[in-house]
Structures are given as structure tokens and as C-alpha cells.
Design a protein around this ligand. Structure first.
Ligand SMILES: [Zn+2]
Length: 150
């Protein structure tokens, strides 16, 4: 009797790991990996979202529960409810904001001073130095800098 129960448990365990492996393989080339959801407040990917699960199949994930009207996702880093968004969207907004920023804002954020650079071509050397500073930032940093300075 005990052995049967152990075998049943082992089978279930194996079945679970095959599904986990399928999910892992599926994730390798997925949108989720290339364009992960992030917290729009801090840029973190350490978030939880509401989802439909199958309660009688070990709580297995079925699909996301998306309701754009409410901030129902959770950021582990911020410790608050958020509306998680794809990385691509947040990064595009941050890059557009950076490219449209005025010199005085770029000076304050980067620590560079416009007048330390050659004025030729509308201070192109200053713009290049600021853009180099920006391009060295991680995705999370860019999202956070955008949020803190816009
Ligand atoms: Zn956060």
C-alpha cells in the first residue's frame, strides 16, 4: 500500500518536472525572456502578477489575468501594487524622454557641464558625452532615471 502511494507520488513528480521542463524550453525563445514584464516604478523584473491557475492540478499556471483598469500586480522591490509593463514599452519611453531632454536637465543628471565642451556644432561633443553616459546605464537604471526626473 505504502509503495503504491510512493509510486503515485513519484509519477506525479516526474509528470510535473516534464511540464516544468517543457515550460523552461518554451521560455528560452519566448517573448517573456526577450521582453520581460517590469515594475514601471523601479524597473525590477522581480514582480508577481495575478494569473488563472488550475487548483486541482497542483496550482499549475493557465494564463495571465490581465485587467488594465487596476494596478493588481506586485513589485517585490517596491513592496507595493503596480501595473507591470513590458520592458520594450518602458525602455522606449525612457529613451524618447532622454533624447528630448534639454541641456540643463542632462547637465543635472549626468554631472557634465555644457561649457566644459567644444561649442562647435551646437555642443555636439557635450551631447555625445551625455549619450555615452546614458548608454552605459542598465535597462533598470534608465527606467528609474526617467521616472525620477520627468
Ligand atoms: Zn518596483
Amino acid at each position: 500500500m505504502k509503495i503504491k502511494r510512493l509510486l503515485a507520488r513519484a509519477k506525479l513528480g516526474f509528470f510535473d518536472s516534464v511540464l516544468d521542463m517543457a515550460a523552461w524550453i518554451n521560455r528560452l525563445g519566448s517573448e517573456e525572456r526577450r521582453n520581460p514584464y517590469r515594475c514601471p516604478l523601479c524597473g525590477s523584473t522581480d514582480i508577481h502578477i495575478l494569473a488563472w491557475i488550475a487548483p486541482n492540478r497542483g496550482g499549475r499556471y493557465v494564463e495571465d489575468r490581465i485587467d488594465a483598469d487596476y494596478d493588481q500586480d506586485w513589485c517585490q522591490r517596491c513592496g507595493k501594487y503596480i501595473g507591470a509593463r513590458p520592458t520594450g514599452e518602458l525602455l522606449n519611453e525612457a529613451n524618447e524622454w532622454w533624447m528630448g531632454s534639454e541641456f540643463i536637465k542632462m547637465e543635472r543628471i549626468t554631472g557634465h557641464s555644457q561649457y566644459d565642451f567644444d561649442p562647435e556644432d551646437g555642443y555636439q561633443a557635450f551631447i555625445d558625452a551625455c549619450n555615452e553616459w546614458w548608454n552605459d546605464k542598465t535597462i533598470e537604471e534608465k527606467i528609474r532615471i526617467h521616472l525620477e526626473n520627468s
